[in-house]
Write a protein that binds this ligand. Structure first.
Ligand code: CA
Length: 229
């Protein structure tokens, strides 16, 4: 079944261009020209991914991303922010409020499709894998659930994938570059500090019972998942 993409973009020519490209690559599209329409379009069947313009009338993309992350059904839908060149700080803020990736305008259709596929791949549950447990922390790849002392932990698809990778390779140190290759995939360009943003979000999601201490920073080397707290 083809994946549904919710396009939130106020500029009609850009929206139409995006739609043209997405349909060409076999995606279905749902269009929204502003904040309120985007929220109205969040009904079943839910989109698989959201392309969210940074500058929107009636609320910035950031506000919408925040709102989406509190939305009962939409909070697990991955978001790619569309930003203009030179909004470096904004991109980081976008990632901090829950976007999974960003793409800078103008972009090529090929780049857009590669980003969407990479984010969808990260969001996809990894079936036929065994649950992993350490110290009260339990990750079930099949149901895509993480619990700490039997209480569910809420996290985004990228944090889940990152934690899954860490738990499957406990006690080993990985550089940011290695994490990007293993968790984000080699054919997508993501900046090193994107890793730091997701590590921060992952730790925050694991704070409740102190499991965040299992994600250790190894100075000058990268990060390690420790099976002990
Ligand atoms: Ca705009």
């Amino acid at each position: 079944m083809s994946k549904r993409v919710l396009l939130v973009e106020d500029e009609a020519p850009i929206r139409e261009m995006l739609e043209f490209v997405l349909v060409q690559y076999g995606f279905q599209t749902i269009q929204a020209e502003d904040f309120d329409v985007a929220l109205e379009k969040l009904v079943e069947p839910y989109p698989d991914i959201i392309l969210l313009d940074w500058m929107l009338p009636g609320g910035s993309g950031i506000q919408l991303a925040k709102k989406l992350k509190q939305h009962q059904h939409a909070r697990n839908i991955p978001i790619i922010m569309l930003t203009a060149r030179g909004e470096e700080e904004d991109k980081i803020r976008g990632l901090e409020v829950g976007a999974d990736d960003y793409i800078t305008k103008p972009f090529s259709p090929k780049e857009l499709i590669a980003r969407i596929k990479a984010v969808l791949r990260r969001a996809a549950p990894t079936a036929s894998e065994e649950p992993i447990h350490f110290n009260g922390l339990n990750l079930d790849p099949v149901s895509h659930r993480v619990t700490a002392n039997d209480e569910p932990l809420d996290m985004g698809p990228t944090e889940f994938k990152l934690l899954h990778f860490f738990m499957a390779h406990a006690e080993r140190v990985y550089s940011r570059e290695q994490l990007l290759d293993n968790v984000w995939g080699t054919n997508v360009y993501v900046e090193d500090r994107t890793v730091d943003v997701h590590i921060r979000r992952l730790r925050k999601a694991m704070e409740k019972f102190g499991h965040d201490a299992m994600i250790q920073t190894v100075r000058g080397a990268g990060y390690r998942f420790s099976s002990k707290i």
